[in-house]
Design a protein around this ligand. Structure first.
Ligand code: NDP
Length: 242
């Protein structure tokens, strides 16, 4: 049995990634924080794709909760390990820096960048021991370019992309690859409330991306064929920024 874990797997890009990894033969550990009904839907889709999965509900920004959940899984699965980790969970709390509450700053930083530490560290050692692993971090165009109203989100995603490059160099010799993806605008709950028509006008391809298009890239980076790609951040944004 091969195992993959996807944080924020209950909805949006994370759900599409869970289905993609299931199609590749992975048993998928679906993490989420609150939305039980949507997480169950993802699990059903994973099973439809021909493998199995399980729900692992915890808040990735909470260090103790994350360690308890992951170590609990590891204890229950002696001799097995998570060979693909997709750090995908994320939130937006946009505001101009002038008005940004400290709570919103910390929430976004802790859910993307703090979670990278919380989730990756306990999963890393078995990957290194087994000499095979794939870590894929969901960055953002905002983390490459910086976007107004997103000092928190741009910092979190920029930090995540930098951590990707650093970790890749630490563990390359162990045959564990670490890459990031930087999506532009993707049709999920996260883009609700944005001025879609105006934004589309600024995208060379004239549309938002679909979660399945991001999942296809995750699938490739997780595959054996992508074994010589590490420390990269790959944009998927319809030509919006390169
Ligand atoms: P959604 O809002 O559709 O889904 C977010 C997912 O993250 C949900 O599964 C949610 O769980 C989970 N989540 C949120 N907070 C936590 C937490 N503290 N612990 C565990 N899980 C959590 O987002 P998207 O699918 O759009 O985004 C996925 C990733 O892609 C994010 O990192 C986002 O920043 C990034 N991204 C998205 C873009 C877009 O245009 N959509 C563009 C660039 C990057 P629950 O259902 O329980 O709330």
């Amino acid at each position: 049995m091969k195992y993959a874990m996807v944080t924020g797997g209950s909805r949006g890009i994370g759900r599409a990634v869970c289905v993609k990894l299931a199609q590749m033969g992975y048993n998928v550990i679906i993490n989420y924080v609150s939305n039980d009904a949507e997480a169950e839907k993802t699990l059903a889709l994973v099973r439809e794709a021909g493998t199995d999965g399980e729900l692992l509900k915890f808040d990735v920004s909470d260090y103790d909760a994350t360690i308890t959940a992951i170590e609990g899984w590891q204890t229950a699965h002696k001799g097995e390990y998570i060979e693909v980790l997709v750090n995908n969970a994320g939130v937006r709390r946009d505001n101009l820096m002038l008005w940004m509450e400290r709570e919103d700053w910390l929430k976004v930083l802790n859910t993307s960048l703090g979670a990278f530490y919380n989730v990756t560290r306990p999963v890393l050692q078995p990957m290194i021991r087994k000499k095979f692993g794939r870590i894929i971090n969901m960055g953002s165009l905002s983390g490459l370019k910086g976007l107004p109203g997103q000092c928190n989100y741009s910092s979190a995603k920029g930090g995540l992309i930098a951590a990707t490059k650093a970790l890749a160099q630490e563990i390359g010799k162990k045959n564990v690859t670490v890459n990031a993806i930087a999506p532009g605008f993707i049709n999920t709950d996260m883009v609700e409330g944005l001025d879609v028509e105006t934004l589309k006008g600024s995208i060379p391809m004239g549309r938002f991306g679909e979660p399945e298009e991001v999942a296809a890239l995750v699938g490739f980076l997780a595959s054996k064929e992508a074994g010589y790609i590490t420390g990269e951040c790959i944009s998927i944004n319809g030509g919006l920024y390169s």
